[in-house]
Design a protein around this ligand. Structure first.
Ligand code: 6PG
Length: 241
């Protein structure tokens, strides 16, 4: 039975403070190296700005290897790139070795890159079954219940036996590379970062009735192997729970 551990804050700034303490004390502390997968979206952007302004030296960035749970199939300097957003809001402001950054090459042929990135994950963090076991996977939750880049119209991709798949945005048709449920649920810790009133209904559906929404919202299929799912939310996103 999954346990939803919720941390609710007044606003994104307070959430950034709270999540940073969680990262330092529950993920990085006492470890020589940690593998963290980031998500795209507006909430992580605010946290990156907070880290860039207040934690340049207080977080041991050299200990962290950064991956992405999903990426748009665009070049790294495209404004849609999740890597590009992270570089602009975080990497350009901190000292982190380039060798610690494992970006998804969105500029390459999607099917080839999904295969390549799966291999990178297995090499960097494979567990005894060769399934990637990241220390922390950060997820967002879309208005439609998507997470990473697994969208409701192709929810079957969640159950792929691949580590990474090629997905497609339902409106724009833009191709994306995304972790599958196999990788997401195998992480040591999985957290949702969710802000805004527009997410409140999905948050309630997943936390209160995930079994009723497993065939509708990919976010309802997040079921970490340690049976704990952490939610860092603002009061608006948590207003219905
Ligand atoms: C992406 C993200 C996506 C995002 C959600 C929530 O590449 O778009 O990984 O899954 O996390 O859409 O985005 P917001 O935090 O901006 O609401």
């Amino acid at each position: 039975m999954i346990k939803d551990e919720t941390y609710i804050y007044k606003n994104t700034q307070q959430l950034s403070i709270g999540f940073t303490q969680f990262l330092i004390n529950e993920v990085i502390k006492d470890k020589l190296s940690v593998n963290i997968a980031l998500s795209g979206g507006s909430t992580p952007k605010a946290i990156f700005d907070y880290w860039a302004s207040r934690f340049k030296d207080e977080i041991p960035w050299e200990k962290i290897k950064f991956f992405w749970g999903d990426e748009r199939c665009v070049p790294p300097d495209d404004e849609m790139s999740n890597y590009g957003m992270t570089k602009k809001h975080l990497f350009d402001h901190i000292k982190i070795p380039a060798k610690n950054i494992f970006r998804i090459q969105g500029e390459d042929v999607p099917s080839d890159e999904a295969k390549r990135y799966s291999k990178v994950l297995e090499q960097q963090s494979g567990d005894i079954n060769n399934t990637p076991e990241l220390d922390l996977i950060i997820l967002g939750l879309g208005d439609d219940g998507h997470t990473a880049s697994i969208f409701p119209h192709e929810i079957n991709l969640w159950d792929s036996n691949q580590d990474c798949v090629v997905a497609q945005h339902p409106e724009t048709g833009m191709k994306r590379i995304s972790f599958t449920g196999k990788v997401i649920n195998n992480a040591s810790k999985v957290i949702f970062l969710v802000t805004g009133e527009n997410k409140a209904q999905k948050v309630k559906s997943i936390i209160k009735n995930r079994n009723d929404f497993k065939n509708k919202y990919p976010g309802a299929r997040v079921n970490p192997k340690n049976q704990i799912l952490y939610w860092f939310m603002d009061e608006k996103a948590a207003s219905l729970i």
